[in-house]
Design a protein around this ligand. Structure first.
Ligand code: GDG
Length: 466
């Protein structure tokens, strides 16, 4: 097999001392790239004034060449904040009410994808396998094909694919979605996403379903399949075990005293259901007064996408809601909710998961949700905590030992918190073991290998001697 070329909106470039940035996806893709050699291409995160960004920068690290391209300020505004984050993100998370569609932004989205194709094409060798990531880059394969690139190209969507009517509410959706037929394989997180995608293609008459995940559009053939992403289960479990000795984790443990810790960890995003979760926690406290002064709910929420107005509003709403509940329910010696509005180190996070009794992961919609998986991997096998998980997270299709909730049902979620806190050790162990077994088998390397195998096997079969 040839080199691997990974293309994503942002590139997790290793630090000066060569460490890859933390995070399962970066670790797994870096490992795959190191093994076979290749390129990781994407936006540098920088913008420059003027009409044309400067040529891309190269950074070599072992077998991997990181290629970073700047964008102009207009590109960032239209392609990234405008179309990707204000149209595709809300639509794929079923939030038609938040989508702000504009022709200018859509033009910017296509323009940046074309720019990426122009900058990437000269670097591609005939045997390279290309793997494009996420909703920012749907039209990239089409643009590359226009430039004569015939290589195998795969696409993985990290976020949900909603039902046809939701996608069809996006003006010119056919123009955008048709671009996907230029990929050889389109990967989704869950069977629900794949079903929705197949339903959309059928309803809009975009492609003929040949069965077995294969589709035909004019002369193009492509496959679609489920490849749910995993985490680096083993090493995350080890990190959590070590991290309970970390001084920051020990201090956090001491500061909650003998109370049970409930933990939530989410980027600040409306898809994560943060205000609904805080309301459910308040409902739990009101319905179960026996838990007053016996629990602490720690919510860690780094800021994200602050340039998008909805995220500014969210920031205020979550802080206000946490403050309101603390004001209403707290006492002189007990603050029910600890709200940390910034990022903490990954190893500290692992330690905090481990000392928590309940993991609250209640997004309104999520492609997969890696926090749910990290929480499970971090638990002490002898005395594991309980995962309370939204049925609308992709992870709910895999983690059968979680206590599933509907995050719109405040009372139901409140009851689930109480159930998690009072669950017997035997039940906790059984549920945890079931999920941990799954996560050990389906870790992020498995995800990476399985996707690449699925992407390349047809070509290999064609090339094999008879
Ligand atoms: C997208 C999809 C899909 C969070 N706070 C801190 C921190 N984190 C880390 C978590 C986890 C990651 O960020 C978040 O991953 P999620 O999967 O939960 O969510 P998205 O960022 O929305 O990711 C999602 C994912 O892509 C992968 O395909 O699962 O559905 O939306 O790893 O631990 N890390 C550190 N400090 C923090 O404060 N170090």
């Amino acid at each position: 097999m040839g080199r691997l070329v990974v293309i994503s909106n942002r590139v997790p470039v290793p630090t000066r001392n060569g460490d890859a940035p933390a995070g399962g996806l970066a670790v797994a893709l870096n490992a795959a790239l190191q093994e076979r050699g290749g390129i990781w291409f994407g936006w540098s995160g920088k913008s420059s004034p003027g009409a044309e960004p400067p040529p891309p920068r190269f950074q070599q690290q072992g077998n991997i060449s990181y290629v970073l391209t700047d964008l102009t300020e207009t590109d960032v505004e239209e392609y990234y904040h405008g179309f990707a984050n204000r149209v595709l993100w809300p639509i794929c998370h079923y939030r038609l009410d938040l989508a702000e569609y504009g022709r200018k932004e859509m033009a910017g989205y296509f323009r940046v994808n074309r720019l990426f194709a122009h900058r990437l094409a000269p670097l591609i060798q005939p045997d390279d396998i290309l793997w494009v990531h996420d909703y920012h880059l749907i039209p990239l394969a089409f643009e590359l094909r226009q430039m004569g690139i015939k290589n195998t190209i795969g696409f993985f969507l990290h976020i949900p694919w909603p039902p046809s009517d939701v996608i069809a509410a996006m003006p010119m959706h056919e123009e955008i979605i048709r671009g996907l037929s230029h990929y050889d394989l389109i990967g989704f997180q869950t069977d629900y996403d794949l079903d929705n995608f197949a339903g959309y293609l059928a309803r809009e008459g975009i492609a003929r379903n040949l069965g077995d995940g294969r589709f035909e559009y004019h002369s193009l053939h492509f496959k679609a399949a489920v490849h749910g992403i995993g985490i680096e289960t083993k090493s995350f479990a080890q990190m959590a075990q070590v991290a309970i000795g970390n001084s920051a984790v020990r201090k956090a443990r001491q500061s909650v005293e003998s109370r049970d810790l409930i933990i939530g960890v989410d980027r600040l995003d409306y898809s994560k259901g943060l205000t609904q979760r805080i309301d459910a926690f308040e409902r739990f406290l009101r319905a179960y007064p026996g838990y007053h002064n016996k629990v602490t709910y720690l919510q860690i929420t780094p800021k994200s996408r602050s340039e998008v107005p909805e995220y500014e509003t969210m920031q205020k709403m979550v802080a206000e809601e946490a403050g309101r509940v603390n004001g209403a329910m707290g006492t002189l010696d007990w603050v029910p909710i600890r709200y940390v509005n910034r990022s903490v180190g990954r190893h500290i996070l692992a330690g905090l998961y481990r000392i928590a009794r309940v993991g609250l992961v209640t997004p309104l919609r999520d492609g997969m949700n890696l926090v749910a998986k990290e929480f499970i991997a971090a638990q002490d096998p002898d005395n594991p905590g309980v995962l309370v998980l939204s049925r609308f997270a992709g992870a709910a299709r895999e983690l059968k030992g979680a206590v599933l909730v509907n995050p719109y049902d405040t009372e139901g979620t409140a009851n689930a918190i109480a159930r998690a806190l009072s669950m017997s050790l035997q039940e906790r162990r059984e549920r945890w073991q079931n999920m941990m077994n799954f996560l050990l088998e389906h870790d992020v390397s498995h995800w990476c290998d399985a996707f690449l195998k699925d992407l390349t096997q047809d070509k290999e079969m064609q090339a094999a001697p008879i």
